[in-house]
Design a protein around this ligand. Structure first.
Ligand SMILES: N=C(N)NCCCC[C@H](N)C(=O)O
Ligand SMILES: O=C(O)CCC(=O)C(=O)O
Ligand SMILES: [Fe+2]
Length: 358
């Protein structure tokens, strides 16, 4: 087998071939044969985000054009000029590393269980993707759901977030971060709304005016065998999956290459860390709303010889709204709905209740 150099933009030749064959057979065409992921400077969008005429601004329309192309062809892009201080972004990773360094008895104090609405700590191998255990430990947080808020639809997700006492600033730091990323996501979604041809507030009100969110704090252990440079030996930190909601913003360690994105030919393209940026990707609900114009792209994480932390924030629609392809998106895609209506909360509960072996 050909050697693959870790950290480069190359692909795994074996899986690559299998995927291509499978996709030819199924005749599924998704995304494009992208080889890299673009960086989009969203500063103009931040500057004009609350201006109802933002779409007419030439600097904003340049950003919108880039968002449209990235979302149609890749489903992934990096954002820079996002306004979140680098020091905060880094501190979130530092505090995460500190938590995962604690003894197991300390971490298990905030154990995830159905009692907490699936919030809390999960050990390596407890999360499963397509039937295989993922080689990561994590803490899952969700927007809190008070008892009865969404009736039976939301009962599985009822619960409050278990914050650890140690590191002592963990809770306050993460809540501040969640607040800022919720706001940033709303702004990027305004750009995406215009990119799709809608008005900036398309994803507010009924669709995501009261957005749900998911926050994962992840640690990927050092893989056992680091004697060869072949990525086959490093194990899968998170199996191939798509994200569930509207938009994901990933804060990843800036010195480890681990996240991979699948292109149309089935090649795995590295999303190398780029300091000062978030990796953004489209979730399943935006695929439905856009009637498939934008793809929720498959991605996975490969482990490495170094312990890696990554902290994705998932910006989601309202928990209980019925979502279906938007009319103006249907018009751009042949007029017919390609997806049945879905309730985001049902999609999430289906995932959450099958994601764990405990
Ligand atoms: N909230 C999100 N998107 N979480 C992504 C986790 C992906 C792995 C999970 N076991 C799965 O199979 O979906
Ligand atoms: O670890 C990463 O960089 C991404 C993790 C991921 O894709 C997820 O949790 O959904
Ligand atoms: Fe993901």
């Amino acid at each position: 087998m050909a050697t693959v150099h870790f950290g480069s933009r190359q692909v795994r030749p074996d899986t690559d071939r299998i995927w291509r064959k499978k996709k030819r057979k199924e005749n599924i065409l998704m995304g494009s044969d992208f080889k890299s992921i673009p960086i989009i400077d969203i500063r103009p969008l931040l500057d004009k985000c609350n201006d109802p005429k933002m779409a007419e601004d030439p600097r904003v329309s340049e950003v919108v054009k880039q968002l449209d192309q990235a979302c149609r062809e890749i489903g992934f892009f990096y954002v820079e000029g996002h306004g979140i201080p680098d020091s905060l972004v880094k501190e979130v990773r530092d505090v995460t590393r500190k938590f995962f360094h604690l003894p197991f008895e300390e971490k298990i104090k905030i154990k995830l269980s159905p009692m907490t609405g699936y919030r809390g700590y999960q050990r390596v191998g407890e999360n499963v993707t397509k039937g295989l255990p993922d080689m990561h430990e994590a803490i899952d947080y969700y927007r809190e759901v008070e008892p009865g808020k969404y009736g039976t639809l939301g009962s599985v997700m009822e619960g409050s977030n278990p914050w650890p006492d140690n590191p002592s600033n963990f809770n306050q730091l993460m809540e501040e971060y969640i607040t800022l990323l919720t706001d940033l996501s709303r702004i990027i979604m305004r750009g995406i709304a215009v990119a799709l041809g809608g008005s900036p507030d398309t994803f507010e009100g009924e669709i995501a005016g009261d957005p749900f969110w998911v926050f994962r704090i992840i640690g990927y252990p050092v893989s056992t065998d680091t004697s060869t440079a072949d990525i086959q030996d490093y194990g899968i930190g998170c199996g191939a999956h798509t994200d569930y909601g509207l938009l994901t913003l990933v804060n990843q360690d800036d010195d480890i290459t681990a996240l991979q994105v699948r292109n149309r030919s089935g090649e795995w393209i590295w999303a190398n860390p780029i300091p000062g940026t978030f990796v953004c990707n489209i979730g399943d609900m935006l695929k439905v709303l856009s009637n498939g114009l934008y793809e929720s792209t498959l991605h996975r994480v490969v482990n490495s010889p170094k312990y890696r932390v990554s902290v994705p924030f998932f910006y989601e629609p309202n928990f209980d709204t019925v979502l279906e392809p938007l009319d103006f998106c249907k018009q751009k895609t042949g007029g017919l709905s390609k997806f049945e209506p879905v309730i985001y909360g049902e999609h999430l509960v289906r995932k959450v209740t099958t994601n764990f072996v405990m």
